[in-house]
Write a protein that binds this ligand. Sequence first.
Ligand code: 1CP
Length: 351
Amino acid sequence: MTKPRQTFSCSERMLRACRGEPVDRPPVWLMRQAGRYLPEYRQLREGVPFLDSCRNVEHAVELSLQPLRLVGTEAVILFSDIFVPMLGTGVDLDFQPGPVIAEPIRTEAQVARLRLPDPRESVPFVFDALRALRAELAPQAIPLIGFAGAPFTLAAYLVEGRGDPKNSFPVFRRAMYRNPEFLRALLARLTELTITYLNAQIDAGAQVVQLFDTWSGILGVADYREWVLPVHREIASKLDRRRAPLILYVRDGAHVLDEMIEAGADVLSVDWRVDLGAAARRVGARASLQGNLDPHALVAPRDYLFEAVRALAAAAAPARGHILNLGHGCLPDTPVEGVRSFIEAAKSLGA
Ligand code: 1CP
């Protein structure tokens, strides 16, 4: 990567980093940057059920903007959840605090009953919030990130009924091996929903979109190639990527980096168990990278975080572009000072 002297607005820096064009330094934001680690977030959320916060446009906009104002992130991600688009499908969904499905989806008949309404009609508040955020952020040239859950991760919760503390999703995996036709049908419906949902977010002003595949890394390489890669490829090929580049996040995916590259996304977001230097050499000009500080490391002293950020940026250099971020979401008990140091360290790289 050559370093131009010129400085860029946050929007330019982010979009250029996504597309692998030269920048002065990597942009920085954090997955789950709106969250319980901020006292102002806890205050605003006090007594308000999660879905009410998502549905209330003013509330969702304010929660989305807090990290920009309070810790200086260089991008804003919509405050919402990967399960919000499921609200229009007829699935009975609750957050406790993770998603809980009253009647898990386990038969082809249930898949056939899933409704796929236009998300602009079933969850209009998502697009109202994006439009309001874009209007607020455009004058400051801060980029707006939209997102969706990847079909595999959504299906894991829908079939299992909830998250699994052991991360193994036993009912879901049984379906994979014993009822593959059912699972294929479910993934196909979810893929259709995800494509429509993300393209509608791009229409409403999202300048970058991230696909969260938190659970696909539980698979071995052969199963990942069968169940996950074709879905990622289909989504990557059907999004309006000229208007908004695509970031693909896979948690615990060190063993499927080649498959992540094959998906054809603009940016691969890798977790902290991936050696960023080795990944950067592997992706080279084929994709940009995002990541990958261990979220637990934000408890470290300021000097440690400055050094860690410098090391990540240096390690990522062989990749065509790099966005500084964590390897997974910011944890609720993270010290605010750690988040500020991480962001300041990123900004100091251009100095
Ligand atoms: O009331 C509460 O405390 C609700 C907590 C909460 C919040 C604040 C949930 C329930 N989701 C969210 C917001 C959220 N979720 C965002 C907001 C934007 C941001 O600041 O980044 C995003 C991007 C998500 C995405 C999400 N939700 C993922 C993918 C990313 C990841 O973290 O792996 C997943 C797997 C979920 C499911 C989910 N929703 C909520 C929880 C607590 C969980 C995980 C729980 C589990 O597996 O059991």
